[in-house]
Design a protein around this ligand. Structure first.
Ligand code: ATP
Length: 904
C-alpha cells in the first residue's frame, strides 16, 4: 500500500486559494495517507494527487477544476450513488479512503454570506479492515483487522499482544505470543489489515512479517498503543469502571486491545459499533500451525491463493454466511482439549444419526440471512430497510429452529447450549418487523416507501395527500390544455423550476399575451419549447413537497423505533446468531461425513496416531471427478512415551506427498471437531503441527531455495515437542547428494532422540532406510509400484519396507522425455550402479562412452507413389475388359515391387 502522502499542497502553502480549496486542503492535511472523497452535491470529488491515483485505479476521467498557484488542479469525481462500488475497488487495491460529507444545507451557508463554504467534515475512514457494507464484504470470510503491541520483557526479549476485531460482526479476540510465534498467529488469524505502531512498522527484524502478509499494514502514532493509559481507555470505551470483569489480561494484551478500540474510534468517527467485550483467544488451547505449514497443507487457500482447491473448499457444506465464516475459523484453529473436541464430535454425530432432523434444520437454515452483519450496520447507524428485513427473516429462522430443537429429548451438550441461545431473543421483534416492513424494500432508508400500508394511520394519511396531489396535477394539465387550446401542453418537473407548464415554442407566443399572460408566468425559452409557471402549480408544489417530506420523516421515525427495538435486544440476538452459525457448521460436517464417508475419530490425551484406511479429502475429490478411485492407506505412529517415525521411500509420483499430507489433515480435521476421511482414527491430541516440503522456492523473500529449506527445518527441530506432529517431505534434496543425505540423516536422529515426536519423513535417499537398524522407533515404509512391460505402474499403496529402486527414469519417460535421453539415462544409471562406489565421478565420466546423440530422424521425404501415378493414367471408359484386367495385374505387380524396396 502506498503510505506516502499523496502529493497535495499543504494549507500553509496555499496562498490566495478559494475558501473551498482552503477547506479542502485543511481536511486533507488532517487525514494523511488516505484518499479524500470530498462531497460536492451528488459527487465525491478527488483533487490533486488523489485524483491522479483514483483516475488510474478506477479508470475514470481526470479533469481539472480551477487553478492552484498558477497550475491546473487535477480532479476526478465519483457519483454518490455509485460510491460503494468505487470504494470497493480502491480498498481492494489497499487504499484507505476518508469520506468527507457536507454537514449543513447549502442554504445555511449562504445565510452566512455569499462566500461562505458549506461546512464539511470526515465522517468515516474506510480501510480494508473496517468495512461494513454488504457489497464490500465477502460473505464467508471474516473481515478482521488486527493490532500488534510489543511489550519488552528484557533487553533481548519481548512479548507481543494481539487483538483482532471484526467490526462487521462485533467479534473481538485478544491473545499474546512471543517473537517466534508472531508469524503463525498472523497466519492463523488471517486479517485484512494489520495496525501497528510506527516503531514496530520500521523495526527491521519484523519488516518481513509486514512485507509477506496478505494484509494491508497500517502504521499509526505511538499514542494509539500507549500502554500506560490502555486499561483506562478500554474501560472508557465499554463504559465500565474496570476491565477486570472481562478477564485478566497481560500488559501487551491490554495495549493491543486499547489500540484496537482507538482504531475503531479513529476510523468510525462518532459511530459506535457494538463490540463484544474482548475474549482471550488462548493460543494454548489451539493446535499451533505455522504459516508455512498452513500454506503447504492448503488449508483455507491453495498455494496459488485460491479458495477453490483448498481443504476448506473440499469440506465446506455450510449454507449460511455466518456458518461459512465459522467453519473457516474452526479449520484455522483446531482445538487441543480432548473434552472440548468430543463435544463438537457429539454434536456432529447427533446430526449424522438423525437424518430427518438434519434435513429439516438445514432447509430452514438456508433461509437465514447474514444477521451478524446486518446487526453491525444497524448499530453503526448505517443500516437500511433490508437490514431490518434480514433481522426479521433471521429471527423467524431462530424461532423455528428453537421450536424444532425443543422437541428433542436427548440433545448433546453443545446443541443444548445452542437451543438455549436460540430461545433468548425477544419473540415479539420479528412480528413487529413483519407488520411494519413492506414486501419490496429500497436499499436506503432515505428513499422511503418501506413501511407497509396499514401499519401507521398517520403515515397512510400523509401518503394519501401526496398521491392525491399527483392526481390533481394530472387534472390541472388537462384543464390548462383545454383552456389554452394547446393539446401538446404538459406539466413537468425539474429541480430548478419545480413544477412548470411546457408548450411548443410556436404555441408559446400566445401565453406571453393577455389573457393567458395573467395565469402563466414566463420562465424559460428553450429550443422549440417555452416554459411557464402558475400560482396553482407553485401552491401544489409546496403541498406535495411537504406531504412527501412528512411521509418520509414519519417512515424514518418508524425505522428508528424498529432499529432501537432490535438494538435493545442485541446481546440476545448476537448469541442466537452465533448459535445459528454453530448449528450450520455441525450439521454441515455431518452432511460431509455422510457424503464422503468420514468417521468419528477418537481424540484423547495419549500419544497415539493410528489411522486405518486414511484418505486425502482434496485429492480424493479430484480423482472422483475423473472417475478414479483413491487408494486408502494406514499410518501408525503411536508410541507410549514418545512418537514413532515412519521413513517413507518410493518413486516420484507414487503418492508420498499425498500420504504425508493426508495424515496431517486427518489430525487437523479431527481436532477442529470434524469427522475424518478414514475407516478408523485414534489421535492423541496434537499441539503443534509442522509440514515442510524440501526445496520450495521463496523468491519473494530473496532466499535461496536451499536456505529456505534449512531455515524451516531448523525451526522444526528447535520447536517440535513430544505432542507435535511433524511431516517432512524430501528435506535435503536442495543440495549436493552427500550433503543432503547427511543433513536428512542428522535431522531424523534429532527427531528420534530430542524431539521424540510423531513424524513422517519422505525421502529419495534409500541409504536412510538403514537407520531403522539403529533407531528403535523408526520404521521403514514404501509406496508400492510394479513394472509392466518396462513401465512403472503406481499402486499408491503404503507397505512396510524400503523401496528397492527409484524408477526416476521410468517416470521421466512417462513425462515425455525424448527417447534418446531416456535411453542414455538408463545406460548411465546402470554404469553408476555397477561401478565401484569409490570411483570418482571424473573416472566414471571417462569410462562412460560419450553420449552418442542419435541425430533426430529427418522428416521423411514424401515417397513417389508409382501405383497412384499409374492409376491416374488410366481411363476405364477407354478400356476393353481385357485391357482393364491387364492393367490391374500391372498395378498389383508395381505395388509389390515398391513394398520390397528399402525406404529413404
Ligand atoms: N492413495 C492414492 N490413491 C490414488 N491416487 C493417488 C494416491 N496418492 C497419490 N495419488 C495420485 O498420484 C499423484 C502423485 O502423488 P504425489 O504428488 O503424492 O506423489 P509423490 O510421490 O509425492 O511424487 P514426487 O516425489 O514427485 O513429489 C497424485 O496427484 C494423485 O493423482
Amino acid at each position: 500500500m502506498d503510505l506516502s502522502p499523496h502529493p497535495v499542497p499543504s494549507p500553509g502553502e496555499a496562498l490566495k486559494v478559494t475558501p473551498m480549496m482552503e477547506q479542502y486542503l485543511e481536511i486533507k492535511a488532517a487525514n494523511p495517507g488516505a484518499l479524500l472523497f470530498y462531497r460536492m452535491g451528488d459527487f465525491y470529488e478527488l483533487f490533486f494527487g488523489d485524483a491522479e491515483i483514483a483516475s488510474r485505479a478506477l479508470g475514470i476521467v481526470l479533469t481539472k477544476r480551477g487553478k492552484h498557484q498558477g497550475d491546473d488542479i487535477p480532479m476526478c469525481g465519483v457519483p454518490v450513488v455509485r460510491a460503494e462500488e468505487y470504494l470497493h475497488r480502491l480498498i481492494a487495491l489497499g487504499h484507505r479512503v476518508a469520506v468527507c460529507e457536507q454537514q449543513e444545507d447549502p442554504a445555511e451557508a449562504k445565510k452566512r454570506g455569499g462566500k461562505s463554504v458549506v461546512k464539511r467534515g470526515v465522517i468515516r475512514l474506510v480501510t480494508p479492515g473496517t468495512i461494513t457494507e454488504e457489497g464490500l464484504l465477502e460473505p464467508a470470510r471474516a473481515n478482521l483487522f488486527m493490532t500488534v503491541a510489543r511489550a519488552r520483557v528484557s533487553d533481548s526479549e519481548a512479548r507481543f499482544g494481539l487483538a483482532f476485531l471484526d467490526i462487521s460482526t462485533g467479534l473481538f479476540g485478544i491473545g499474546e505470543c512471543d517473537r517466534q510465534g508472531l508469524a503463525a498467529e498472523i497466519a492463523r488469524i488471517d486479517p485484512r489489515e494489520i495496525v501497528v505502531a510506527e516503531a514496530l512498522y520500521e523495526d527491521e527484524g519484523l519488516a518481513h512479517l509486514w512485507r509477506e502478509s496478505r494484509a494491508a499494514v497500517t502504521p499509526v502514532g505511538r499514542d494509539v498503543f500507549d500502554g500506560a493509559s490502555a486499561e483506562r481507555r478500554l474501560a472508557a470505551f465499554y463504559g465500565v469502571a474496570t476491565v477486570d470483569g472481562f478477564g485478566s489480561f497481560s500488559r501487551a494484551e491490554l495495549a493491543a486491545a486499547a489500540a484496537a478500540v482507538a482504531y475503531v474510534e479513529r476510523t468510525q468517527i462518532g459511530a459506535r459499533p457494538a463490540l463484544e467485550p474482548p475474549r482471550r483467544d488462548a493460543a494454548l488451547s489451539h493446535m499451533a500451525i505455522d504459516a508455512a505449514t498452513r500454506a503447504n497443507l492448503e488449508l483455507t487457500r491453495t498455494l496459488g491463493g485460491e479458495r477453490a482447491g483448498s481443504v476448506l473448499d473440499a469440506i465446506d457444506r455450510t449454507v449460511t454466511a455466518g456458518g461459512g465464516r465459522l467453519i473457516a475459523a474452526w479449520l484455522s484453529s483446531p482445538l487441543t482439549d480432548p473434552a472440548t473436541i468430543a463435544r463438537r464430535h457429539d454434536a456432529v454425530g447427533w446430526f449424522c444419526d438423525d437424518l430427518a432432523a438434519r434435513t429439516e434444520l438445514r432447509s430452514r437454515l438456508k433461509a437465514a440471512p447474514d444477521m451478524a452483519r446486518a446487526l453491525a450496520r444497524l448499530t453503526l447507524d448505517r443500516g437500511g430497510p433490508r437490514d431490518l428485513a434480514a433481522m426479521q427473516a433471521g429471527l423467524e429462522v431462530v424461532a423455528a429452529l428453537q421450536a424444532r430443537l425443543a422437541r428433542e429429548a436427548a440433545l448433546p451438550a453443545l446443541l443444548i447450549e445452542a437451543a438455549e441461545a436460540l430461545a433468548r431473543p425477544d419473540s415479539g421483534i420479528a412480528a413487529g418487523l413483519a407488520a411494519a416492513l413492506d414486501d419490496e424494500l429500497p436499499l436506503m432508508k432515505r428513499d422511503g416507501g418501506f413501511v407497509r400500508a396499514g401499519c401507521d394511520a398517520d403515515l397512510d394519511e400523509t401518503r394519501a395527500l401526496r398521491d392525491e396531489s399527483r392526481r390533481v396535477i394530472a387534472s390541472l394539465q388537462a384543464r390548462y390544455a383545454e383552456e389554452s387550446g394547446v393539446r401538446q401542453l404538459k406539466v413537468k418537473h425539474n429541480n430548478v423550476l419545480g413544477y412548470f407548464v411546457e408548450v411548443p415554442q410556436a404555441a408559446g407566443e400566445a401565453f406571453l399575451k393577455a389573457p393567458l399572460r395573467e395565469t402563466y408566468v414566463h420562465r424559460q425559452t428553450m429550443a422549440g419549447a417555452m416554459r411557464f409557471s402558475t400560482a396553482e402549480l407553485s401552491d401544489l408544489e409546496s403541498r406535495i413537497a411537504s406531504a412527501a417530506d412528512r411521509a418520509l420523516a414519519k417512515e424514518l421515525a418508524i425505522f428508528d423505533a424498529l432499529a432501537a427495538r432490535v438494538l435493545a435486544d442485541q446481546a440476545a440476538i448476537r448469541a442466537a446468531t452465533e448459535a445459528l452459525a454453530l448449528l450450520d457448521v455441525v450439521s454441515a460436517l455431518a452432511t460431509l461425513a455422510d457424503e464422503e464417508n468420514h468417521v468419528r475419530p477418537l481424540v484423547d490425551a495419549s500419544l497415539a496416531f493410528a489411522v486405518e484406511g486414511g484418505r486425502h479429502p482434496v485429492v480424493e475429490r479430484a480423482l472422483k471427478r475423473e472417475g478414479k478411485p483413491f487408494v486408502a492407506n494406514d499410518c501408525d505412529l503411536s508410541g507410549s512415551d514418545a512418537g514413532h517415525i515412519w521413513l517413507l521411500t518410493g518413486p516420484n509420483m507414487a503418492g508420498k506427498s499425498t500420504f504425508l499430507r493426508q495424515n496431517a489433515l486427518i489430525a487437523v480435521l479431527a481436532q477442529m471437531g470434524a469427522f475424518v476421511p478414514a475407516r478408523r482414527a485414534h489421535i492423541g491430541a496434537v499441539d503443534c503441527l509442522f509440514s515442510r516440503v524440501g526445496a520450495a522456492d521463496d523468491l519473494a523473500r530473496g532466499r535461496s531455495t536451499f536456505m529456505v529449506e534449512m531455515v524451516e527445518t531448523a525451526a522444526i527441530l528447535n520447536q517440535a515437542g513430544p505432542r507435535a506432529l511433524v511431516i517432512l517431505d524430501e528435506i535435503g534434496r536442495g543440495t549436493a547428494t552427500f550433503d543432503g543425505l547427511s543433513i536428512a540423516w542428522a535431522a531424523i536422529e534429532n527427531l528420534s532422540a530430542v524431539n521424540r515426536c510423531r513424524s513422517l519423513f519422505a525421502t529419495h535417499y534409500h541409504e536412510l532406510t538403514q537407520l531403522a537398524k539403529t533407531l528403535p522407533r523408526l520404521a521403514n515404509a514404501t509406496m508400492r509400484v510394479t513394472e509392466w512391460q518396462g513401465d512403472v505402474v503406481f499402486l499408491h499403496e503404503v507397505a512396510p519396507g524400503a523401496a528397492d529402486r527409484s524408477y526416476g527414469i521410468q517416470v521421466a519417460k512417462l513425462a515425455g522425455m525424448p527417447a534418446p535421453v531416456v535411453e542414455r539415462a538408463r545406460k548411465i544409471l546402470a554404469e553408476l550402479e555397477s561401478a565401484d562406489r569409490t570411483k570418482t565421478p571424473a573416472r566414471l565420466i571417462d569410462d562412460l562412452p560419450l553420449f552418442a546423440v542419435a541425430p533426430r530422424p529427418a522428416p521423411a521425404a514424401p515417397r513417389r507413389d508409382e501405383v497412384a501415378e499409374a492409376l491416374d493414367g488410366l481411363d476405364p471408359d477407354d478400356m476393353t475388359p481385357r485391357q482393364a484386367l491387364e492393367a490391374l495385374f500391372e498395378l498389383k505387380a508395381r505395388r509389390e515391387a515398391a513394398r520390397k524396396r528399402p525406404g529413404p
